[in-house]
Design a protein around this ligand. Structure first.
Ligand code: AP5
Ligand code: MG
Length: 211
């Protein structure tokens, strides 16, 4: 069983590398932000609740998020493990997670805030499944169209500079301290995210080839 957490600030490449890792290890990719965004799109009660928080760049309350993840990880496709992007983001969420599953790796991808701002400004995501592109660093084959599913690409509602600054601030205050929690358990693998996408990917693969 592999319980893999993708951890790092906004724009560090959790979504970009998560897609590759999930396909390579044949484990389901669970992205909290994508689950919220698809619920917002289809107008569910969960989506209505989450929308304001996400637009402002704030965290959705724990009781909602914890239950959503517990239910998702209990689905049969997660029996051999999962790649989890976006959870936990606080010590309280980490403690909840450990009540219902096992974590084997935390991949900590680090970049500076200045790099996050540069990347997010030109990010595009696909409407259907949240696949991630960058206008310059990782463009789709055809401008404005997802390579994987053909759906249109758009900018995320929370990719404004104001919301991004708030998200980075919450990351440094509430989420980053979690690293200590996982370092004490010797589950952290540090990765330099300020390298080409292909190099970050080979660094991640190396972790699973040796451990
Ligand atoms: P979420 O969707 O998880 O967003 P995030 O954490 O803010 O992270 P991002 O998706 O912005 O960054 P990423 O690391 O995935 O970067 P990416 O690969 O796209 O969460 C959104 C919201 O949902 C939260 O604000 C909150 O409201 C709510 N939420 C989610 N989880 C929650 C939780 N647990 N509790 C409560 N609320 C929660 O890459 C960024 C860009 O850079 C792309 O354009 C990409 O192509 C490019 N890029 C990637 N790698 C490189 C590279 N090496 N070189 C150059 N460009 C690169
Ligand atoms: Mg992401």
């Amino acid at each position: 069983m592999r319980g893999i957490l993708l951890f790092g600030p906004q724009g560090s490449g959790k979504g970009t590398q998560g897609e590759k890792l999930s396909a390579w290890l044949q484990l389901p990719l669970v992205v909290t932000g994508n689950i919220f965004r698809s619920n917002i799109k289809s107008g569910t009660a969960l989506g209505q609740l989450a929308q304001g928080y996400i637009q402002r760049g704030e965290l959705v309350p724990d009781e909602v998020t914890n239950q959503m993840i517990q239910q998702r990880l209990a689905e049969p496709d997660c029996v051999n493990g999962f790649v989890l992007d976006g959870f936990p983001r606080s010590v309280a969420q980490a403690e909840a997670l450990h009540n219902f599953t096992t974590v084997t790796h935390l991949l900590h991808i680090s970049i500076s805030d200045a790099e996050a701002v540069r990347r997010i400004a030109e990010r595009r995501t696909c409407v259907a499944n949240g696949h991630v592109y960058h206008v310059l660093y990782n463009p789709p084959k055809q401008a404005g169209v997802c390579d994987s599913d053909g759906s249109p690409l758009q900018q995320r509602e929370d990719d404004t500079e104001t919301a991004l600054r708030r998200r980075l601030d919450i990351y440094h205050r509430a989420t980053e301290p979690l690293l200590n929690y996982y370092r004490q358990r010797q589950l952290v693998f540090d990765i330099n995210g300020e390298q080409l996408i292909a190099k970050v990917w080979t660094d991640i693969q190396a972790i699973f080839q040796t451990v």
